[in-house]
Design a protein around this ligand. Structure first.
Ligand SMILES: Nc1ncnc2c1ncn2[C@@H]1O[C@H](COP(=O)(O)OP(=O)(O)OP(=O)(O)O)[C@@H](O)[C@H]1O
Ligand SMILES: [Mg+2]
Length: 501
């Protein structure tokens, strides 16, 4: 009964206060009112020891959302979900479509920074549009307000706000939709990148996998280190191995691990070095620039072939018409040169900020120019090879969800004797029935392995028979190889960066 009376009283007091406030606003002359408001605010700030900072959603240019506001929104999202009672929910389209909660208007959450207590509250100002319309548009201006004791002014304005903005931006990067860019001539176009590959699902030796993950994480956190030693914040990876051993899969896993965008650069579609420069300058920070099958996209053997061509055509060049035709053909073929690419890996990066990984893949590492893959350009060389027993166990855990089986011993033996790629092994392990029957898949794998072993044996026998006949050809090949070696040595001795045209 008593509580009811109190509420009744409270109600009437609030009603009277509101009435007085309305009268005050209506009948007090404007000048007087603003004076009273000004002085009352001063009085309040004199007694009230707290400082308030407001961060508006839109500042200056009306349609530009304030960066600080969205960073704070992200920063507060984790705090709001545990503290605020009224929340707003929204779906963020990232790799796992998570639900993001933020605090609703007029909610408050507290925060703690080195023992300092602070309060964040959200609110909105509603101003009616001045334009007359049948559907009056109300203009909502949201803001966040930070309140703290004036004693901590310096600490809050400096380190605290910096850390809030930094963390907020980092959360935004984590939540954003990632993109896969491809170049169409000299333009990038992009689609949403949603590849499910992760390092957990990647089949390779555990130790090697851990080393790569550690390397990537260290790189992504080393901004200060790279700045201190005066190097551009970039790292080159060369992934090599036979087709179907997981090179492309690993690139997707890298992007998923670090939350980077991917720029899949198709060199054959790039006209010349100028276009390459333009494309690379347009790439954003936090990205992986991928050039697949580098040996195929860049004609590294071109130099030698052109020399031979010149020798053959040496006599004809006196004829100006033929010379013209030849030059024309050369300019048509002239695409990106090795030196153009090298300049980019080395030169440009120092100029534009932000972290970048550059990944080359190839099936034939021996064909690559040593200038391209020396340390500093391609810092880490990763070999992806045929399926080992350890890699098989990882695959079988993913595909069939088993960790041991009687047939594993036989499979282990066969994997040691034959070269089968993880892609082929994976194909055998694909469930063939619903529900999956592990035994059927494993037997199919054994059959496949036995077949591959027999084929390899036949091939070896055939080659052994043909060897004496092909002896001369082998000799020639050897000569070519030593020729190549000599060239490479010459390049390493200082003229590494010259054009290979
Ligand atoms: N190490 C691996 N772990 C898990 N799956 C793998 C692995 N290697 C290959 N696969 C499977 O095989 C398929 C082909 O692999 P991927 O495209 O990565 O090969 P690649 O090395 O890029 O081949 P290519 O040289 O022809 O481009 C993938 O879809 C993937 O599912
Ligand atoms: Mg590939």
């Amino acid at each position: 009964m008593a509580a009811k009376e109190i509420f009744a009283h409270l109600g009437s007091i609030i009603a009277s206060l509101m009435f007085i406030w309305a009268m005050f606003q209506q009948y007090f002359p404007y000048e007087l009112r603003s004076h009273i408001e000004k002085y009352s605010k001063r009085l309040v700030s004199f007694i009230y020891p707290y400082i308030q900072i407001t961060f508006h959603e839109f500042t200056g240019e009306r349609f530009m959302r304030s960066e600080a506001y969205s960073a704070i929104e992200n920063y507060l999202s984790s705090k709001s979900s545990t503290q605020a009672k009224r929340l707003k929910a929204d779906i963020v389209r990232n790799s796992n479509q998570s639900l993001v909660l933020s605090m609703d208007d007029h909610e408050e959450v507290s925060d703690d920074f080195e023992g300092i207590k602070l309060w964040w509250s959200s609110g909105k100002n509603i101003s009616k549009s001045q334009v007359f319309s049948f559907y009056p548009v109300t203009d909502e201006k949201r803001y966040y307000k930070l309140t703290f004791h004036k004693r901590y002014r310096e600490k809050v304005l400096g380190p605290y706000l910096t850390s809030v903005l930094k963390e907020g931006k980092a959360i935004k990067v984590r939540n954003r939709m990632r993109k896969l860019y491809t170049n169409n001539g000299s333009m990038w176009s992009h689609v949403v990148f949603e590849h499910p590959a992760t390092f957990q699902t990647l089949a390779m030796e555990q130790e090697k996998k851990k080393e790569i993950i550690d390397d990537l994480i260290t790189f992504s956190k080393a901004e200060d280190f790279y700045a201190r030693i005066g190097r551009a914040w970039k790292r080159g990876y060369l992934l090599y191995g036979p087709p179907g051993t997981g090179k492309s899969t690993m690139i997707a896993a890298m992007a998923n691990l670090l939350g980077y965008d991917i720029y899949d650069l198709e060199l054959t579609a790039v006209k010349d070095n100028t276009e390459l420069r333009k494309l690379l300058i347009e790439t954003s920070s936090k990205s992986i620039i991928v050039i697949e099958d580098i040996d195929c996209s860049l004609d590294l053997t071109g130099q030698r072939r052109k020399k031979k061509e010149k020798e053959e055509e040496g006599g004809d060049e006196k004829d100006p018409r033929q010379k013209l035709v030849k030059e024309e053909r050369e300019t048509k073929n002239s695409q990106v040169t090795l030196s153009g690419l090298l300049n980019f890996i080395d030169g440009l990066w120092s100029a534009c900020g932000g972290e970048r990984l550059i990944v080359f893949t190839t099936n034939h590492i021996e064909k690559l120019d040593p200038a391209l893959i020396r340390k500093g350009r391609m810092d880490k060389h990763i070999e992806l090879s045929y399926c080992s027993f350890e890699a098989f166990k990882a695959l079988v855990k993913n595909y069939l969800d088993i960790e041991s089986h009687d047939l594993f011993v036989r499979i282990g033996e066969l994997l040691g004797d034959t070269n089968m790629t993880p892609a082929d092994v994976a194909e055998h392990l694909m469930p063939k029935t619903v529900p999956a029957d592990a035994e059927i898949s494993l037997r199919s794998l054994i059959q496949g392995l036995e077949l591959a072993k027999d084929e390899a044996k036949l091939k070896a026998e055939k080659e052994a028979k043909e060897t004496p006949v092909n002896g001369e050809a082998k000799e020639e090949e050897k000569e070519e190889k030593s020729d190549h070696k000599l060239q490479n040595q010459a390049k390493e001795n200082g003229e590494a960066d010259h054009d290979v045209k």
